[in-house]
Design a binder for this molecule. Structure first.
Ligand SMILES: Cc1ncc(COP(=O)(O)O)c(C=O)c1O
Length: 373
């Protein structure tokens, strides 16, 4: 049975009527930028996250950039520390704001940014910390919140992979006034193109961010500060509003699939599971795999999709060379990039498909042990 890495069809089928209703409202209203769909979505997303406000923006990269600008971090003399294992766009958002970048290593068991390593890498020019809630697993945000307070740093959370997650019962916005989300289509809450949002519990921060995303304007044609043009589209908000009521159920389904994989693969030779907590919303299901690239090719030959998130640690991308961190400097992230493999997971994924994936993984290692010792 072929198993794709993601499948949108059931999501679109489950939400067809709600999408049609929102699209009809939009066509009747004919207000295509920052109109009632985005306004309503911002309220509904804030209620879902149990926070005061969310601000819809063009994408997750801009969400990060706008948080930094709002915090006054826009100079190359100000350094921002983030994880060496994340999507390159976490770093692109930092450079877009005009700040410098530096990377911390990950905990090898969880692959989340390590707060001790981050603390050791701070220096005089450090201005902000951007921990990432990678793969839908909240990182140790309580530790980062303390670190930021003690060292007087701005704390921005990259929650682009963690829609609907919280930390031990508390919303992410309880730990810092800036939480960035992406609605890239494959996310737990995605739209049909690029989109993003920032969550905050502080009204003045929300007001500033609303200006910054809209060219520094305050609703009219006068610009008051050098903002950017990064607004969530009304069209995307029509879909997001239809998807949002399903988020908790979809996250629950992801958790169930992840638990199934855990059970099916925990004793598989060649596979090492990655630790996660109850708080994870299981955006990706990632394993460490011996002979990772060969396993991936084998799965592909059997019709099973698998991805690598991410194949190159951040400090080894040419774009981030100015961080001056070389091969060997962040050993846990470097090793993880050679071993990690993301298995298929999506809302409505049948358990039979997860069973097929797990059986194919086991089949590969049975063959590889038999033939190659
Ligand atoms: C962890 C992380 N940060 C930032 C981004 C950037 O989001 P976007 O693609 O919406 O700009 C993404 C998504 O690719 C991501 O996964």
């Amino acid at each position: 049975m072929p198993v794709p890495i993601v499948n949108f069809r059931p999501i679109l089928e489950a939400t067809e009527l709600a999408v049609a209703k929102n699209l009809q409202q939009l066509m009747d209203r004919q207000w295509f930028i920052l109109g009632e769909q985005v306004r309503s979505f911002e309220h509904e997303f804030a209620a879902t996250l149990n926070t005061a406000e969310t601000i819809g923006v063009g994408n997750g990269t801009d969400a990060i950039q706008l948080c930094l600008r709002a915090a006054g971090i826009a100079s190359s003399k100000q350094e921002v520390l983030t994880t060496a294992l994340t999507a390159p766009f976490s770093g692109i958002g930092i450079l877009a704001a005009g700040a410098s970048i530096r990377f911390a290593d990950v905990n090898p068991r969880t692959l989340q940014i390590d707060p001790d390593d981050a603390g050791n890498r701070l220096r005089k020019s450090s201005a902000a910390l951007i921990p990432v809630h990678l793969y839908g697993q909240p990182c140790s945000i309580d530790r980062f919140s303390r670190l930021a307070r003690d060292r007087k740093l701005t704390l921005i959370q990259d929650a682009c992979q963690a829609h609907g997650a919280s930390f031990r019962g508390k919303p992410f916005t309880a730990f810092s006034p800036y939480v960035a989300y992406s609605f890239y289509p494959t996310k737990n809450l995605g739209c049909l193109g690029d989109g993003g949002a920032i969550a905050t519990s502080r009204k003045p921060v929300a007001k500033l961010l609303r200006e910054l995303r809209d060219g520094g304007r305050r609703g009219g044609q006068v610009t008051y500060r050098p903002g950017i043009n990064s607004r969530l589209d009304e069209l995307h908000a029509c879909y997001l509003r239809a998807f949002l009521p399903h988020l908790a159920e979809w996250n629950g389904h992801r958790r169930a699939i992840a638990a199934f994989y855990d059970q099916a693969l925990h004793d598989c030779p060649g596979v090492q599971l990655i630790e996660r907590t109850e708080d994870s919303v299981c955006h990706l299901y990632v394993i460490r795999a011996a002979k990772r690239d060969k396993l991936r090719a084998f799965l592909s030959s059997k019709g099973v999709g698998a991805g690598i998130h991410y194949p190159v640690p951040m400090h080894l991308h040419p774009t981030f060379a100015a961080a001056r961190q070389k091969k060997g400097d962040l050993p846990h992230a470097e090793r993880a990039c050679r071993e990690i493999l993301s298995l298929p997971i999506w809302p409505y994924m049948p358990q039979s498909a997860a069973r097929e994936v797990a059986e194919r993984v086991r089949e590969y290692y049975r063959g590889s042990t038999r033939h190659k010792g």
